[in-house]
Each structure stands twice: as structure tokens, then as C-alpha cells.
Design a protein around this ligand. Structure first.
Ligand code: PLP
Length: 413
């Protein structure tokens, strides 16, 4: 599953001892395993080999250029949601023909940049957006491919904040409206609706919702065929869940076995947009214990990472396994909290944890996805350093921010 393992009682990333990394780079420190990252990409690629999909890694999960470049070099495309992510995709050397662009709120400027660069297609989320793309493409004298993002109204059984394919969510277009839009768009001079897109949520651990959504789409594709609508692409989004705790998510192969027959029946070129599945278990956040504080009600392990470094527990109540850097027998019940002035600044609550003292370290596991990419400077905290480990080789892929970085764009009038 991943290359963070205990060897002779010490936690390693591939061939490198984590303790050595914190001594060298300090904390909070994100550590990524190159081989875990690539292994997950290749697992998906292999499982879906019979239909040779274009796997467009979802940049939002972890947008570090070194992560993007590693995947692009293995043939990955990229799924982006902003002009900034487009900039990163190009910096990472991703061919524009392997970039797909979603988001409910693309600005005119962002649309224009993406058209000029010739991305594969936009995932369009509303009629006004489609009109805007037509208008801009006409001005640029370019013909643009788009996929309509369909909201299939299915329940993915994940956290409500990462459920995206229900009609109460802001994403995509319901099937009834989508048909009307597709027929209407046939009259567009500079936009070609060449595909459909779905993305029903994230951290989905069972296949039912994917199957339900894909089935709805296949029925819809058949209806469109009757209206002589010709499509080229079906983008099935991301959303595959990973192990954080006791989940038993489907493997890439199991997922493929279930959905391949449905996907093949469409006859369309398949695009996938996995993020978490590829990078989630490929990264950890290492943090130092600053103080251990006993109160009449609780024991608090106060660490030097905060919700600004990893917001998932605060935002979604997400669970991350927490380990000491060596194997220990004694466990104690405690909260692991950061230094930030919010009671929501925690990594674990009332959890049986290894007994650790001041100056020791904890590894917050499975922090590769939506970890650094969701981090902020809240409380004027510098964002963490990131390192990538490949066997015995360690590369800094983002330096720790300086205090100067914090105020770089600020002006006192
Ligand atoms: N595609 C789209 C449109 C998304 O919004 C997201 C995540 O929110 C993803 C792909 C990636 O999802 P995941 O990381 O769960 O695979």
C-alpha cells in the first residue's frame, strides 16, 4: 500500500530513516515516497489497460511541481480547476492535449488562456459557462471541445463536504437540462460538445455509487445517440477512496473489474481524474512534540504542526493514523493538537496513542492528498518544507517559507 514502514524499530520512507529527515530539515515536514506515488498511478493504469484511458491526475490533491512532473513523465495527464493549476501543469511539462479543466467558476481570463493553449477539453458545469466559452472561442477564432459535467444525483456515502454528485450540490448539470443544452449547443459555431463528465465525490470506498452514476450516463449516451449526437469522451472523474483507518476500499483492479464492462459498452475514450488514490498514501506529515499538557479532563500532546498545515481533521473530522517514529508498547489516551488559536486545531481526539515526550516526533500518516495543497499561512505560520524520497535519495521539493515570504506581497500605504 505504501513505502512508509518500520525497519528495525525505526520508521522509514523507502530507504531513508524519517528521524534523519527531521534532523536535517526540521518540522513540520511533509515527506513523500516517489515509489508509492508511481506505484498507485501504475496500478490504475494496469487495471484499466484493456481500454487505455487517459489518466488525468487531479492537481488539487497535491499540486507540487515535482509530484506533477513525476506523474507526467509516466504518461499522466492533469485535471485542473484554475488558471493557477494550468500554470503549474505547463511548468511541470504536461502537454496541453493531456489537460482537462473543471470548476463551476472559470473566469473569462482563465477560459481564454486555456483555449489559447489548446487543452484537451473543458468540463463545463452550466449553460452560462458554455455560452461564455462559445463567445470567447469565437473571438479567438478557435473551435473548442467541451465535456458537459453531468450531475447524476447519486449518493456516494462519503462526507457531505466532499459529495459532489447530488442535485443539492453546486456541481454539474442535471440530466434533463443537459439534454436540452446539448441539443441547443449543436447550433454553436465554436464549441463542440464532444464528451460527458461525472465526478460524484471523494474518498468513496465502495463501487455502488460509481456504478449507479455510470449506468445513468450510459442510458443517457444511448438517448443522445438516438438524437444523432456523436460523442468522443466519457470522463468518469476521480473519487476512489484510500485507507486512512479501517476502511476497506476497493483496489484499482476490483474497481476496474466492476466498471470496465459498462465503460466498454459506451465505445467512448475514457478519461479518469484520480487524486487521492494516487497521492494520499504517498505522503506523511512529521511534527515535533512541543509540550505534553495534562488538564483535569484530558492529556494534550501539543505539536508544532497545525490546522494550517493539514486541515482535514478540522474541516471534515477526518481520521489520520498517528505513529511515533519508533515502535513503542505503551499507549495513552490523548488529544494531538496544534499551536493555532482555534479549538478546531487538532489531529486526533481521545485517541490511544504512543506515549511520547517533549522533543520527540509524530508521523501523521496518509497526508499526501489535500494536505499541503490545502495549507495556509493562518496565524502567520510559514508553510512546511516538502521532501521527496526515492529509494535512498532525498530531494527538497519545496523549501520552508521564510518570514519574508509571509509579507512579500503586502504594502503599507
Ligand atoms: N475531479 C474533480 C472534478 C474533482 O473535483 C476532484 C476532487 O474534488 C477530483 C477529480 C479528484 O478527486 P479524488 O482526489 O477524490 O480522486
Amino acid at each position: 500500500m505504501h513505502d512508509f514502514k518500520f525497519k528495525k524499530n525505526a520508521l522509514f520512507c523507502e530507504d531513508v530513516r524519517i528521524e534523519k529527515l527531521v534532523e536535517r530539515f526540521g518540522t513540520p515536514l511533509y515527506v513523500y515516497s516517489y515509489h508509492t506515488l508511481i506505484d498507485h498511478f501504475l496500478k490504475l493504469k494496469k487495471a484499466f489497460e484493456p481500454i487505455k484511458p487517459l489518466i488525468c491526475y487531479s492537481v488539487k490533491a497535491n499540486s507540487n511541481l515535482a509530484i506533477l512532473k513525476s506523474l507526467v513523465n509516466k504518461g499522466s495527464g492533469l485535471d485542473i480547476v484554475s488558471g493557477g493549476e494550468l500554470f503549474r501543469a505547463l511548468k511541470a511539462g504536461c502537454p496541453s492535449g493531456r489537460i482537462v479543466y473543471a470548476s463551476v467558476g472559470k473566469t473569462a481570463k482563465e477560459i481564454e488562456e486555456a483555449i489559447r493553449l489548446g487543452i484537451l477539453f473543458f468540463n463545463v458545469e452550466s449553460l452560462p459557462e458554455l455560452n461564455s466559452i462559445q463567445h470567447i472561442a469565437k473571438r479567438l477564432k478557435k473551435r473548442v471541445n467541451v465535456a458537459l459535467r453531468i450531475n447524476p444525483d447519486v449518493e456516494p456515502k462519503t462526507h457531505k463536504y466532499i459529495t459532489t454528485g447530488k442535485l443539492t450540490n453546486k456541481f454539474g448539470i442535471d440530466l434533463f437540462s443537459a439534454k436540452k443544452i446539448i441539443l441547443y449547443a449543436r447550433g454553436f459555431s465554436h464549441v463542440n460538445v464532444s464528451g460527458l463528465h461525472i465526478h460524484i465525490g471523494s474518498q468513496i470506498t465502495t463501487s455502488e455509487a460509481f456504478v449507479a452514476a455510470i449506468k445513468k450516463i450510459t442510458v443517457f449516451i444511448a438517448q443522445l445517440k438516438k438524437e444523432s449526437v456523436k460523442l468522443d469522451y466519457l470522463n468518469i472523474g476521480g473519487g476512489l477512496g484510500i485507507v486512512y483507518d479501517k476502511e476497506t476500499p476497493q483496489t484499482a483492479q476490483r474497481f476496474a473489474d466492476i466498471v470496465l464492462p459498462l465503460l466498454k459498452s459506451t465505445g467512448l475514450k475514457i478519461i479518469m481524474e484520480p487524486g487521492r488514490f494516487i497521492v494520499g498514501n504517498a505522503g506523511i506529515l512529521v511534527t515535533k512534540v512541543l509540550y505534553v499538557k495534562n488538564t483535569p479532563k484530558k492529556k494534550f500532546i501539543i505539536v508544532d504542526a497545525g490546522m494550517n498545515d493539514l486541515i482535514r481533521p478540522s474541516l471534515y473530522g477526518a481520521y489520520h493514523n498517528i505513529l511515533a517514529l519508533d515502535k513503542r508498547v505503551g499507549l495513552e489516551k490523548a488529544d494531538v493538537v496544534g499551536p493555532i488559536c482555534e479549538s478546531g486545531d487538532f489531529f486526533a481526539k481521545d485517541r490511544m496513542l504512543p506515549q511520547v515526550g517533549e522533543g520527540e516526533y509524530l508521523a501523521i500518516m496518509s497526508a499526501g492528498a489535500y494536505g499541503f495543497s490545502m495549507s495556509s499561512n493562518y496565524n502567520s505560520r510559514r508553510r512546511a518544507e516538502e521532501v521527496l524520497v526515492s529509494k535512498g535519495r532525498v530531494s527538497v521539493i519545496r523549501r520552508r517559507e521564510s518570514y519574508q515570504d509571509l509579507v512579500r506581497n503586502e504594502v503599507i500605504p
